[in-house]
Design a protein around this ligand. Sequence first.
Ligand SMILES: N[C@@H](CCC(=O)N[C@@H](CS)C(=O)NCC(=O)O)C(=O)O
Length: 206
Amino acid sequence: MLRIWGRTSSINVQKVMWAVAELGLAHERIDAGGAFGRLDGPDYAALNPNRLIPVLEDGPTVIWESNSIVRYLAARYGAGALWPEDAGRRALADRWMDWQITMLQPAIAPVFIGLIRTPPERRDMAAIVAGAERLGQAMQILDGHLRNRPFVAGDTLTMGDIPVGCVCWRYANLDIARPELPAVAAYRQRLEERAGYRTQVMLPLV
Ligand SMILES: N[C@@H](CCC(=O)N[C@@H](CS)C(=O)NCC(=O)O)C(=O)O
């Protein structure tokens, strides 16, 4: 059985849990990180020397970095579905996973932390507004891509949708100004039809 370490309020844990749900895999999840702690001891450091969540254990295979975990699950358990067999389509899925971790996550993180994890009296609203503007510009890139296709790598959901799909939920639920993003709005509706997205990603922002 798979074992996943991490609290459900972490976007990076949500990616893994959504992938597990899409694939229908037997698993246990252990609360760790944030108020749950558990990251400081030597046993956890042996799993992930960064002392971060999520970590996946699949028998003797231990993986950290959320997008790498999603890729592993897709490759091992989702060939032809989450894991596109065609190399070109797989590269598209990969590209949007890399874009999420290198471009989109750095754009949303300061806005999310500022609004959700910082008490109102300590918020730097000017930085949050400027960050939301940059985030909106990044989301417009995703919107442009989704105008011609229902999912990031084409007609069906793949691993490429999991990281950006998780950000879409957070983005829609932050109290910020947003540009018109009709393709992203339609994309989110498609994702919301999926049980795994509803149960693992559509959670209150905390
Ligand atoms: N690039 C890593 C980032 C992991 C990360 O920053 N995890 C955060 C939660 S989202 C964490 O472990 N924070 C410490 C904590 O929750 O106590 C990944 O994608 O897995």
